[in-house]
Design a protein around this ligand. Structure first.
Ligand SMILES: Nc1ncnc2c1ncn2[C@@H]1O[C@H](COP(=O)(O)OP(=O)(O)OP(=O)(O)O)[C@@H](O)[C@H]1O
Ligand SMILES: O=C(O)C1=C[C@@H](O)[C@@H](O)[C@H](O)C1
Length: 306
């Protein structure tokens, strides 16, 4: 196994590569036995994996899954990742939502857009898992293209213009692909040419209040986010001010997305006062609902006869 595959493989879930009947027999779980045949046919093995001791998943299986997934999508292994684990209930809801949109989605990619820290990566990995898509981060693709240089270093060494060109190039490549959930860079929405690429798939805006974004980002630091390096004062305030001015420039561009997922709306629906109580899974479920509404509307329009 190459070094690259060896470092990435442990993060992969190999759900589609494990025979669900065999796993069910071995684990003898009630949950496995109660799947309907239709669900079982649809790779419900994903639900079983959280119960599967990691020792039962051989490195060989992980490696094969990674290699096939990457060669199918034609991307370097280091830029492709998979999703997280959930409870059985959450997995079933996610899978059912995914099955509802599958016929309308027809393999088209999903592009997640939104401000830095809005959860595109976190949400994207879970969504990809639910849809049996691959997850890819366009920032990672750019970093790979520039010989493994980090986004922060690319900004420092070559400037933002160079990064934006590379980002457009990455989105062009991605627009030729299918069955990907793409986490786009926070600023990808400002170039109309990027929208041309993203409109080949379905775009989804993760709309998160700026206060929540500033809290999340201040908690982890701004080291990897070059556009937030400026300003003085305490970390939260500085980040909040900078995010506010970026959002003033970009708000209308985010609104170009086909679907909007508002964390404030989800919190209101679920009776929470604060968006910080929302789990990433709850956000993915809402995102799949919004995607479904958009796709059904699109389908309805396509079938109106004049
Ligand atoms: N629903 C959530 N609740 C609380 N924290 C979250 C949630 N979703 C993501 N986070 C946290 O917020 C931070 C940013 O999340 P993530 O990297 O997914 O965002 P992003 O949109 O991909 O960011 P960027 O565009 O800057 O790469 C991470 O520390 C992550 O753990
Ligand atoms: O909001 C932005 O402009 C950026 C977001 C990040 O994802 C990176 O693409 C880069 O740091 C720029």
């Amino acid at each position: 196994m190459s070094m690259e595959a060896a470092t990435v493989a442990p993060r992969l879930q190999i759900s589609t590569w494990v025979d669900s009947d065999k796993v069910a027999r071995r684990l003898r779980t009630r949950s496995a036995a109660s799947f309907s045949p239709r669900l079982k046919d649809r790779n419900m093995t994903q639900v079983l994996l959280p119960h599967l001791p990691t020792s039962k998943v051989s490195n060989r299986q992980r490696h094969v899954a990674l290699e096939v997934s990457c060669s199918y999508n034609n991307f370097p292994a280091s830029t492709v990742e998979s999703g997280n684990f959930h409870t059985l209930d959450e997995s079933l809801v996610l899978k059912n939502k995914a099955l509802a949109i599958e016929p309308y989605l027809n393999g088209r990619c999903i592009y997640l857009v939104g401000m830095m820290g809005s959860g595109k990566t976190t949400v994207g990995k879970i969504m990809a898992q639910a849809l049996s898509y691959s997850f890819i981060d366009s920032d990672s693709l750019v970093e790979h293209d520039v010989g493994g240089t980090s986004v922060a270093e690319i900004f420092k060494l070559y400037g933002e213009g160079f990064f934006r060109d590379k980002e457009t190039e990455a989105l062009r490549k991605l627009s030729l692909m299918h069955r990907l959930v793409v986490s786009t860079g926070g600023g990808a929405v400002v170039r109309p040419v990027n929208w041309k690429c993203m409109k080949k798939g379905i775009s989804v805006w993760l709309d998160v209040p700026l206060e929540a974004l500033a809290q999340r980002i201040a908690a982890v630091g701004t080291g990897s986010r070059p556009l937030l390096h400026h300003g003085s004062g305490d970390a939260y305030r500085k980040t909040y001010m900078r995010l506010t001015s970026l959002f003033e420039e970009r708000g209308d561009s985010y609104a170009n997305a086909n679907a909007r997922v508002s964390l404030e709306n989800i919190a209101a629906k679920l009776g929470y006062r604060d968006v910080s109580n929302l789990t990433p899974t709850a956000i993915v479920i809402e995102a799949l609902e919004q995607i479904e509404s958009y796709l059904k509307e699109e389908h309805r329009h396509a079938h109106i006869t004049f």
